[in-house]
Structure formats: C-alpha cells, structure tokens
Design a protein around this ligand. Structure first.
Ligand SMILES: [Zn+2]
Length: 198
C-alpha cells in the first residue's frame, strides 16, 4: 500500500528505537498527511543535523560545535569529569541538572558476550585530559549492570596511578538499571551522594 516510497519510509522509521512496524506506520501517515507542515521541516532538520553534528573531540558528546557546548562552557568545573557509557547517559545527567563539571563518553562497557574489550573503549583521551593536571575528581557513572560494574572496576585500576580522586554513583541506581532510563530525581540523588571507589 502507498507505493515503494511509503514502504521505504515505514521501513526506515521502524528501525528507530521505540518504533515498531505499527508505530512506524502511524508516524509515516502523520507525516504524509501534512507534507509541507510536518514532513519537509523534518527532512531538512535531519539533513542539517547529519551534516553538522559530530562527536566532541574532548568528551565524545554529540554537538554541532567542537569542543561541544559543555566542554566550552567556562562556568563548568574543569576539575571534575563524569565518565558515562554513552551520549544517552550524558544527556540524562544533563537533564537532571546536577553535574557541574564536564563529561567523558566511554563509548560502551566491557562485555565478553558482545566482544567489547578495553581497546574498543574511548580511554586514551580521558587519560590525556587527566595527565594535563586540571582534573581532581573522576566520577564513574556507569550504571548498575554487570558490564557497568566490571567496566568501573577496570577503569578504577587504570586511573589509580594518576592519583585522581575516584568516586561512583551512590546506591539508589537499581540493579541492572541503565542510566538513561532513570528519572532525573533518582540520578541527581545518586550523583550528589556519590562515594569513593574502593
Ligand atoms: Zn565536549
């Protein structure tokens, strides 16, 4: 129904997180019923974002500026870095509005099952930032999954020689909970009540 253009649109939309085939059909229909008002603005927003947005060279956040708005913000505490698994977790912590330092996106967690080893994670830029001497505390905000915990343990061992203060989120992050699905209040509490590693 609707021809190959519509089929392709539905197929592409159904690959987005949270959209199965049924939601993708509904979204496609909403767009197709208002091409000028809904569809073309979306198409140009997608194209502009695809051209402009890149990972920040310092922290790995996604932004159209490099360094990103967070890294470039002079009001941010440069002595404090919060390490997160991905950009989703960074954005979740920003929504919680409680972290006044900067971030480092690790780009995943160690997982033997998924074949993710230490060399696959974005560690070198973090070590370089710490070596510059400005960083006094690194918060390991890696979520309470098995992979998150083992990654935090590995990272703590790698960062220990630097002498930087290492902390982790307080309890209150549910076991197996990924950070980006937590509500802002829970995240804010977990960050404020962070505790030393080890
Ligand atoms: Zn950045």
């Amino acid at each position: 129904m609707g021809g190959p253009e519509v089929e392709r649109l539905i197929a592409l939309l159904s690959r987005l997180p949270g959209l199965g085939p049924r939601s993708a059909r509904r979204a496609a229909l909403r767009l197709l019923q208002a091409p000028e008002a809904r569809m073309l603005p979306l198409a140009s927003a997608l194209e502009e974002a695809a051209r402009a947005v890149r990972p920040c060279g310092q922290c790995g956040n996604l932004d159209s500026r490099d360094p990103c708005a967070i890294c470039a913000d002079p009001r941010r505490d440069r002595s404090l870095i919060c390490v997160v698994e991905g950009v989703a977790e960074l954005w979740a912590l920003e929504r919680a509005g409680v972290h006044r330092g900067r971030y480092h996106v690790l780009g995943g967690t160690l997982s033997a099952l998924d074949g993710v080893g230490p060399d696959d994670l974005n560690l070198a830029p973090l070590l370089a930032r710490i070596a510059e001497g400005e960083v006094h505390e690194v918060i390991l905000a890696l979520g309470a999954t098995v992979e998150g915990a083992s990654t935090a343990h590995w990272l703590a061992e790698r960062l220990a020689p630097s002498g930087v203060r290492l902390t982790r989120l307080a309890q209150g992050v549910p076991i197996g909970g990924a950070l980006d699905v937590l509500d802002e209040g829970t995240l804010a509490t977990a960050l404020r009540a962070r505790r030393p590693v080890g």
